[in-house]
Design a protein around this ligand. Structure first.
Ligand code: DAH
Length: 348
């Protein structure tokens, strides 16, 4: 032993303590223990050996000091081992972690509803063509909804089986509008001509929800009134907006139809967005998808609203927005529109 064996023991304690406390992982800790006191060549073993050559009295004192130190170092090493094992376990769990949730946090931010997105896309196209966006109330008078639109008294749409009437004013005089066409009447009544306007909005009919019908749905109405407006302008307008919304390759066609408020009237169709016109399930094999109705504003509508049909001509059109929203995304059943299931809505 050196001249100061107690000092040497204190130094061993200081060094071994620092080494054990600083061990960064379990392997490093094992190595520190080995070097300090576990192996035959450890500094501890060295000191024990040296004890053999000291006086019996001193040997007893130093032996006790060494044994106590060994106890302290072992306890320290055990504590450090537990700490490192816990840290290693946490690290392993973090590395093994699997995120089984489908919804990423950024999805929780929310966004506009599918129908709103489609409505805004349509509005953009018409605003780009110089149209104004008009609005009318969802609760409307029977006069604007039927009479002024030249819809006869005995028309099935006027039946309370089809239309929701509101208990207000004269019986059967106020209703939840079953189409956006009464906004045409509001625009004409305003008396500001010419008119280039579209009116999107909510509409109501007594339909049981199924894959193609909802009791609350959305339409967009178009009305153009100017001098010398022709049927060709109507066809060109429909062609332009359909290509703007569904792509340049989309074609449109008109088929003769009847609506009381237009003459002549037509139904307009577009080539199927899914099959391009070859025929598939979406278009029931015919290659065409019906969008809505259109025609030249009937003189009776001009008369009801005080517009001179000798001076002004116009065209109108109307179609459902919900189906457009669906076709843009290839969805088959309208009912998911109103279920408000975030797993569905979050995808768009
Ligand atoms: N209002 C009709 C409907 O709900 C659609 C319609 C047809 C609107 C012809 C029009 C039109 O403006 O000219 O079925």
């Amino acid at each position: 032993m050196t001249t100061d064996p107690a000092g040497e023991i204190a130094q061993l304690e200081a060094e071994a303590t620092a080494a054990l406390e600083g061990a960064a992982d379990l392997a490093a800790l094992d190595e520190c223990e080995r070097v300090a006191f576990r192996s035959k060549k450890s500094r501890f073993a060295e000191m024990y050996q040296k004890l053999g050559s000291t006086a019996p009295e001193e040997r007893r004192v130093l032996g006790r000091l060494l044994n106590e130190l060994r106890g302290r170092l072992e306890a320290l090493a055990d504590g450090r081992r537990a700490e490192l094992a816990a840290a290693a376990r946490i690290e392993r769990l973090a590395a093994d972690r699997l995120d089984l949730t489908e919804v990423l946090p950024r999805r929780l931010a929310g966004h506009l509803h599918l129908v709103t997105q489609a409505r805004e896309a349509l509005e953009d196209v018409f605003v780009g063509m110089g149209y104004e966006i008009a609005e009318g109330p969802e609760v409307e008078t029977g006069w604007r909804n039927f009479e002024a639109l030249n819809i006869p008294e005995d028309h099935p749409a006027r039946s309370p089986l089809d239309t929701f009437y509101v208990d207000f004013g004269e019986p059967w005089s106020v209703l939840l509008r079953p189409h956006t066409s009464p906004v045409q009447i509001r625009l004409l009544q305003r008396g500001v001509l010419p008119i280039y306007a579209v009116a999107p909005g909510r509409t109501y009919r007594k339909d049981t929800p199924d894959s193609t019908h909802l009791p609350v749905f959305h339409q967009i109405e178009g009305l153009v009134v100017d001098r010398g407006v022709t049927f060709a302008d109507l066809k060109g307008t429909i062609d332009t907006f359909v290509r703007a919304v569904f792509g340049e390759g989309t074609r449109t066609r008109l088929r003769p139809a009847y609506f009381p408020f237009t003459e002549p009237s037509a139904e307009f169709e577009m080539s199927c967005v899914i099959c391009g016109g070859d025929g598939c399930r979406t278009c029931s094999g015919v290659g065409w998808i019906e969008l809505g109705g259109c025609g030249m504003v009937h003189p009776a509508v001009f008369e009801a609203t005080g517009v001179d049909p000798e001076e002004w001509t116009g065209f109108a059109f109307g179609f459902g927005i919900d189906r457009i929203a669906f076709m843009r995304h290839g969805i088959a059943d309208l009912r998911v529109m109103i279920e408000n299931d975030v797993r569905f809505l979050g995808q768009f």
